[in-house]
Design a protein around this ligand. Structure first.
Ligand SMILES: N[C@@H](CCC(=O)N[C@@H](CS)C(=O)NCC(=O)O)C(=O)O
Length: 213
């Protein structure tokens, strides 16, 4: 058995953050596929009692430890590996600031937008419009930040960047626009992250793509 197991599925950008980090630090890990679309496993009482009371992926299992919330998983892996770790108290708080902003306002809106657009039978145009308005503002803020430095905290990639990767590498057609074209500094950042040793696409790192027809 591998050192780490990651409960995940290919379409989850929240889980991608953890899968990407495991690959970037060259960890010995394996994915455990969670059937979200057909069986709604994270909502089942069994998943909630045995895996994660919050009913979400990602969940990282490391021996007796079970961790959820991608920001917690990223922090845990950064501390254990010494890689992508913010250095010193100021950088730690700065990193936390971007992790929270990303979770709530960047990938926190991109994820539901993409899920509703691609995986629900009759997407509600007003809901999509609302979500798009929210993440358009947030992507603009991130783009401005990345015009001033190669990575969110400056020169060096940290877990703030790994978190931001969440939904940013999924195909443009799933969003109906190309994030890298509309937000050029994010596009350039995306190429820098793609060039890191160990980078992998979400559909290659996690099981479950493509969805059965
Ligand atoms: N803030 C959480 C978000 C996790 C999350 O929303 N995961 C989704 C999959 S992308 C989920 O499991 N949702 C379960 C549900 O909606 O029932 C994180 O970063 O880990």
């Amino acid at each position: 058995m591998s050192e780490y197991q990651l409960h995940c599925f290919a379409q989850s950008g929240n889980a991608y953050r953890a899968a990407l980090m495991l690959n970037l630090i060259d960890a010995d890990w394996e994915p455990v596929w969670v059937d979200y679309f057909k069986s709604g496993v994270p909502r089942s009482p069994q998943f909630r009692s045995a895996i994660n009371e919050m009913g979400e992926v990602p969940v990282l299992v490391h021996g007796k430890k079970k961790l959820s919330q991608s920001g917690v998983i990223l922090t845990y892996l950064a501390r254990r590996s010494g890689k992508f770790l913010p250095q010193g108290e100021d950088e730690e708080f700065e990193c936390l600031r971007w992790l929270l902003f990303d979770n709530q306002k960047v990938n926190g809106y991109l994820g539901p937008f993409r899920a509703i657009k691609n995986y629900t039978p009759n997407p509600d145009a007003a809901v999509l419009e609302f979500l798009k308005g929210r993440f358009t503002n947030s992507l603009g803020i991130v783009n401005k930040r990345l015009e001033t430095a190669p990575c969110l905290l400056g020169e060096r990639p940290t877990i703030a960047d790994v978190s931001l990767a969440g939904y940013l590498f999924y195909p443009a057609e799933e969003f109906g626009f190309d994030i890298g074209v509309d937000y050029p500094a994010i596009g350039a950042w995306r190429e820098r992250i793609r060039a890191l040793p160990g980078w992998g696409h979400p559909y290659d790192l996690m099981p479950g793509h493509p969805l059965p027809a």
